[in-house]
Design a protein around this ligand. Structure first.
Ligand code: ADP
Ligand code: MG
Length: 337
């Protein structure tokens, strides 16, 4: 890495401090980390990769790239109701990566390790002639057998969504110069939601014993609800009039009705999607109030299959774009998953 500290200095100076709270990381000075399964708990593991030019822009602020990488993984753990505690990072930095860039990247990692109380317990560092490629594994724990699964939904369940829908997909469009009619504060809000998702770590563990099924929305609501419906052997109905939208998203929709497809099909929301019986609605509302995060009923599960999008009168609403698929949407990175 020209202009950059070598791999060993990078690990010792920038990454090792992030391991300090986890003795089993051995200060990132050994070949591997040691992990005890927390007593009476089950491990929950997830891994997500981000590639420059596919998941972010190469000139995005390095601290935000690092923080998004952590957050998309913590979102998966929250969706299972798991409590996160550790991460591992595999980083392939382009040859030309500069020391200052690496420092800012490490500062972003440090900030979110602190914010979410996770330790960086190991990883791998290489340089590459290709684009910046980052892979993060996150470790969490739940009570044995208690993790929320996509397959757990029951007919009659209400479908809940955290936060607001579609901001990140609209933020990406705004970032690329679209949505010119939006006010500056609205554009900034949407772009920030694209750059830095908020994993719902304050909600996930509280859903154990309350929700029947859980997942996070990362590839578009319709497609992701479809995964849950299929895995649960049920049909899902989504009411468009109930969707929680931010003020900027409402403004985008008011100016152009076809943005509904972006909101329902766009990716990068990292909101929690879960189902629970109506008898748990009060418990869910109390959880939302405690966490200071909106939780909204957006539809329900019933017998059958597939996803139906309806208006308040139950009439079907046609949606053009069903969700993000790497293999068919990009054409340029056919094997990124
Ligand atoms: P090895 O050659 O045995 O794989 P390395 O020199 O790659 O060892 O790594 C030394 C230590 O630094 C290990 O504890 C490893 O987990 C850690 N490490 C390397 N790269 C990273 C990274 N990107 N993030 C966190 N820890 C890392
Ligand atoms: Mg080794």
């Amino acid at each position: 890495m020209s202009g950059a500290p070598d791999e060993f200095a990078l690990i010792a100076e920038l990454f090792a401090p992030l391991s300090a709270s986890y003795p089993g990381a051995l200060g990132l000075t050994d070949d591997a980390a040691l992990m005890d399964v927390p007593p009476g708990r089950q491990l929950v593991l997830t891994m997500d990769s981000m590639v420059a030019g596919v998941h972010f822009f190469a000139d995005d602020p390095p601290d935000l790239i690092a923080r998004k990488l952590i957050r998309v993984n913590l979102s998966d753990l929250s969706a299972k109701g798991a409590q996160p505690f550790a991460i591992m990072l595999s980083a392939a930095f382009p040859h030309a990566t500069q020391a200052d860039w690496l420092r800012r990247f490490a500062h972003g990692l440090a900030e979110d390790c602190r914010a979410f109380t996770v330790a960086l317990i190991g990883g791998d560092t290489v340089s590459t002639p290709g684009p910046l490629t980052l892979t993060l594994t996150a470790f969490g724990h739940v009570g044995p057998g208690q993790a929320l699964l996509r397959s757990g939904a029951v007919a009659g369940d209400q479908i809940w969504l955290s936060g607001t829908l579609g901001d990140a997909a609209l933020g990406l469009i705004a970032r690329q110069g679209g949505l010119p009619h939006l006010s500056m504060p609205h554009r900034d809000h949407l772009i920030a939601r694209y750059l830095l998702p908020e994993p719902r770590v304050a909600i996930g563990p509280g859903l154990i014993g309350v929700a029947h099924a859980g997942m996070d929305v990362s590839d578009g609501l319709i497609q992701d609800v479809g995964h849950m419906a299929r895995q649960s052997g049920l049909a899902a109905e989504i009411r468009v009039d109930l969707l929680p939208l931010s003020a900027p998203a409402r403004a985008a929709l008011a100016a152009d009705n076809s943005r509904l497809a972006t909101i329902l099909g766009g990716g990068d929301d990292y909101e929690l999607l879960f189902t629970a019986p109506p008898s748990q609605a009060d418990v869910v509302h109390r959880l939302a109030a405690r966490a200071g995060i909106a939780l909204t009923v957006i539809g329900g599960m019933g017998a059958g299959q597939g996803v139906r999008v309806v208006d308040r009168d139950g009439n079907a609403v046609a949606v053009a774009h069903e969700g993000w698929r790497h293999f068919t949407d990009t054409g340029e990175e056919p094997w990124s998953g």
